[in-house]
Design a protein around this ligand. Sequence first.
Ligand code: XBP
Ligand code: MG
Length: 253
Amino acid sequence: MADLKALIFDVDGTLANTEEAHRQAFNYSFKQAGLDWEWDVELYTKLLKVTGGKERIRHYVEDFLKQEIEQDKVVALHLAKNDRYQSVVLDKQLPLRPGIKRIVEQARAQNMTLAIATTTSPGNVNNLVKACFGDDALDWFAIIAEGELVPIKKPKPDVYEYVLEHLNLAANECIALEDSYNGVVAASCINIPTLITSNNYTAEDDFTGAMIVLDSLGDEEEPCNVLSSEIDAKINSMVNLDTLIEMHEAYTK
Ligand code: XBP
Ligand code: MG
């Protein structure tokens, strides 16, 4: 058995339901560039199988449109998308998901290490953290590992390996909080116990390998539901830090 020493948060879909804002920002950038591409919710759900915005644009052009695209054009579209997305974030239009603030506050109060492992761009994650938690919140996280820091994005484990190395912790001393198939594969394939909170874009994902799957961390207004679990979890409407410590103990013993 190992003690729980760190919580490692995914960003998109886990801290906040950001993917709808990403989708709309992609469409905005396509329109601005004079393209008639329109990603609806159904198509975007399929495109999310590829992590990283630039990779997602290339995947769409090559695998759906069966065309070629220069990397300069991908980069320009992605920059315009991120500008638009970050204006939405800075406008505080994207609230944290239920329970995230509570868990982060409880972890800070108990000196539990916090970290972030994401495939999104640095400006996107930094602005989301500041907009949702406050201007000083970047310092709350021992490491914010973003998409471009490692050569290969999730579902490969590189970003999690980077975080563990930085924290000097073993996989079984952490919990990863994720929302998607790509996330659970990235964390669990190197044996980080993984808690999933699913959302509209990932509800149909395969979460094999997760320690537990919930529909959210829950709060007073929105109690959480356990969708599947590898442990005997006693969760009464919401997950607290103590619940995470108990789950981790049961899972790693
Ligand atoms: C989810 C992603 C990201 C976002 C878009 O990241 O796959 O690509 O959809 O962000 P997370 P970028 O690991 O946080 O769930 O366009 O900046 O890549
Ligand atoms: Mg995610």
